[in-house]
Design a protein around this ligand. Structure first.
Ligand code: CTP
Ligand code: CA
Length: 218
């Protein structure tokens, strides 16, 4: 399972990765965010670079160093992430690990004051980056989404595979302490079936995914 870094399995390929949360501003000092440390996405970007790929990592706000050999583009909102992904195309493989905020609110120009009472927030939907990418003529030939679920993990992954027209969904159970943790247990959901991978360090899950991708492209 430990693919040698030097193997060059993905030499000549452009791999696009999204990672981390997005932050949707409420006012200049407050945001709505998802929980995501960015660890799994950064580990995947690093493993892809070690396999010889050119890697573009579009990252929401995280506290992680940039992996060696990776071009990192920092964004804050889902719309900015969507724009950065479109800008990074074409890519051979896209792995969308980010926990994208499903909704945004119209941000107030000035800081809301507590003394004014709790604000009424009006939500509108953000673009679905994965579904949008799947519908593009220059769609990456291998398009992989992640699905963090707290119940019916595989069934939800299968539903997302077809609704978003992804090639693969990596579904994981986040009902425990996966969020922010160092280990992950995932199921690779494809149209061919489901692979249950053993629980492992996020770096090992990343390496395994990269070798699975290399196998698929070969
Ligand atoms: N995703 C995306 N853009 C969005 C929302 C999600 O690209 N606006 C991507 C995620 O990066 C992930 C996949 O879609 O790869 C699944 O995300 P998830 O939040 O599980 O799917 P949703 O369709 O938003 O469903 P849910 O109601 O469970 O949040
Ligand atoms: Ca979502």
């Amino acid at each position: 399972r430990h693919t040698p870094a030097e193997s060059g399995l993905l030499a000549g390929k452009h791999v696009l990765v999204t990672a981390g949360p997005t932050h949707e501003p409420i006012d200049p000092v407050r945001v709505i965010a998802n929980r995501s440390s960015g660890k799994q996405g950064f580990a995947i970007a690093e493993a892809a670079a070690q396999a010889g790929a050119r890697v573009t990592l579009v990252s929401g706000p995280v506290a992680l160093p940039t992996p060696g050999g990776v071009v990192r583009i920092d964004v804050e909102t889902a719309q900015q992430m969507a724009d950065a992904v479109a800008e990074a195309l074409p890519a051979d493989v896209a792995i969308l690990v980010a926990a994208v905020a499903d909704w945004r609110v119209e941000a107030a120009a000035e800081k809301l004051k507590k003394s004014s009472g709790p604000p009424m927030l009006h939500f509108s939907p953000n673009p679905d980056i994965l579904a949008t990418l799947a519908a593009r003529p220059d769609r990456p030939s291998l398009l992989i989404g992640f699905a963090a679920e707290t119940q019916d993990v595989v069934a939800n992954g299968q539903a997302k595979l077809s609704s978003k027209k992804a090639d693969w969904i990596v579904a994981n159970d986040v009902s425990g302490d996966v969020m922010g943790g160092s280990r992950n247990r995932v199921h690779l959901v494809t149209t061919d079936g489901v692979e249950d991978w053993p629980e492992a360090a996020k770096e090992d899950v990343a390496r395994h995914l990269i070798s699975r991708i290399a196998q698929e492209l070969s």
